[in-house]
Structures are given as structure tokens and as C-alpha cells.
Write a protein that binds this ligand. Sequence first.
Ligand SMILES: Cc1cc2nc3c(=O)[nH]c(=O)nc-3n(C[C@H](O)[C@H](O)[C@H](O)COP(=O)(O)OP(=O)(O)OC[C@H]3O[C@@H](n4cnc5c(N)ncnc54)[C@H](O)[C@@H]3O)c2cc1C
Length: 300
Amino acid sequence: MMLKNRPIGELLARSRPIISVEFFPPKDEAGGAQIVETAQEIREHLHPDFVSITYGAGGTTRERTFRYASILKDEYGFEVMPHLTCVGSSRAELREIIASYQAAGFCNIMALRGDPPRGETEFRPHPDGLPYARDLVELIRQNFAGFSVGVAGYPEVHPESASPEKDLYFLKAKVQAGASFITTQLFYDNANFISFVDKCRSLGMDLPIIPGLMPIRSAKQARRFCRHIPPELELALETAGDDPEATREVGVDWTYRQVANLMDRGFKAFHLYIMNRSGMAVDVIKRLRESGRLQAGPVK
Ligand SMILES: Cc1cc2nc3c(=O)[nH]c(=O)nc-3n(C[C@H](O)[C@H](O)[C@H](O)COP(=O)(O)OP(=O)(O)OC[C@H]3O[C@@H](n4cnc5c(N)ncnc54)[C@H](O)[C@@H]3O)c2cc1C
């Protein structure tokens, strides 16, 4: 049965905490089994308000992102935000992809530029394509009424950006083009996020900004996305050493404390990068429920 999703912009207007989790489209059968098992556990134990699913390098996951987005929506009943990048697609193809999502009952898109292909340092748009995420937001706004559009924000500044000021300037351009909310790259130091939000607000960006958090599994993994690991977290990981259980506990505890601290400061929407595994995210949510910060069970 094809289910019709609701715009995430509407969900974010609720007064209670909002939790989202991010999946990626699996490459093979084993990965396929993993994502459905995780989706089951997430539905049973985490009750996210919405989920997102990434779009791979060079548009290589176009079909897989669509297939798994549909499974998550129609078989698991999630509100789903498929990601889409400008990489490797003409404007006509991007319109076609979004139209196919619309026809299948989706009304949310995470609009991204994407990264240059492996081995290349500079992003080159498709000859008939779009150079920046801002242009994709505009394309969606001009052609697809009723969509909620998420865009990416970078508390530690996008690696290609000439300066933090320039990065915020271009972020504001995405907001002005019609973004409904910002989801951030992951970070482990809440001070960086708070300072980023303060700067966005001072530039007049008043849309929801959702912090992106990932229970850390190792400092090496975290550094792929995040430059700054706080010394306290480094030390805790070092102390845990090669003990997987101790390392897992450090990861769960740090993310729990990040969310609790941000909730205490008035933030209410949180995005968890789960890498298609449910265990650590479910444990973070359990702790938030035990501390009274989240209510138990599904909330509709
Ligand atoms: C929440 C989140 C989800 C993501 N999901 C995916 C995914 O599913 N698939 C994937 O491949 N990647 C994903 N990414 C990674 C993302 O594609 C890369 O970080 C990419 O390098 C930048 O994408 P963007 O949408 O932020 O680009 P943009 O907003 O277009 O910015 C890219 C760079 O260009 C600069 N810039 C913007 N506009 C201009 C302009 N007019 N002139 C000059 N410079 C400009 C910006 O400051 C920035 O340095 C995700 C990132 C985040 C934070």
C-alpha cells in the first residue's frame, strides 16, 4: 500500500521533542537484510518522528535510495526524507527524480550539492545541471508545491569554504531560496553548534536548525566528518582502549549528554546518524526516557 507522507516542516512545529534517524541505501543483499532489521528495531524501540535516507556519490544510488525510501515509508510507516544531490544529473533528470518521489507519496527532500567523485578535488556540475544546493532548493520550490526542503549546515564550516563568513552567507542563500529547515553535519562539541546557531540567528535565519549527532564508535571514524573531537571525549576513548563494550558506552553516554544538554538549552529536534545500526541510538533514546526528557512509547 502506498502511504502519503506529511511535510517535515509541519512536524517541526510541534512543541514536543522531535527525533529523526538517517539510513543509507545498502549495496548488497546482506546490507538489505541489515537495513530492514534496523528499521524494525527503530520502529519498535525508538519511534522516530521521521527518517532520512542518503543519496550516493555520482547518483549511483538513485534507484536504491528510491527503493529503500519506499520500503521505509510503505512497509514501516515512517515519514521519510530522501536525500538528493546535484551530482551527475541534469536539471531535467533532477525534476524527473523529484516527480517520481511526489507520485509515490513523498513530500520531503534533503537538497544537497554532493561531493566531488573520489579522486577529484573540485566539484564540477553536470553540463545541464546545478552547481550548488541553493539551485536545487530553487528548482524544487519552482516546480513542486507542498514539499518540505531540508538543507545541510556545517557548525565546523564546510571544508571547501573560503571562510566561516562565506559559508554562512551561502547557507543564508539556501534559506532564502526556500529551505524549510537545516540539518547539521555531525559534531561532538555542543559549543560549536551553539555558536553556529547564534550566528545563523544574527543573520536572520529563523528556521529550525537540527543538530546532527552520531554516537562515536572510534575517533578515526568520527574524524571523517568532524575536525574537532573534545579532549574529554578523546581521553574517554583512549581509556576504553580496545574494549568494544567500553568504547560503545563512551559513544552512547557522550551522545546522551549532548542531547540532554541541548534540550536543557531549549533545542527540541535531533538527528541521529545511525549508519544502519540501531543499538547505540536506541540506548541513547532509552536514557533520555529514563531521565524524563523524552516520553516513552510512540507519540502521534
Ligand atoms: C545533513 C547532511 C546530509 C548529507 N547527505 C548527503 C547525501 O545523502 N549524499 C551525499 O553525497 N552527500 C551528503 N552530504 C554531504 C554533502 O553533499 C557535502 O558536504 C557537499 O560537499 C556539500 O553539499 P551542500 O549541499 O552543503 O552544498 P552547498 O550548500 O552547495 O555548498 C557547497 C560549498 O560551496 C560553497 N558555496 C555555496 N554556494 C556558493 C556560491 N554561490 N558560490 C561559491 N561558493 C558557494 C559553500 O560554502 C560550500 O563550501 C550531507 C551532508 C550533511 C550535512
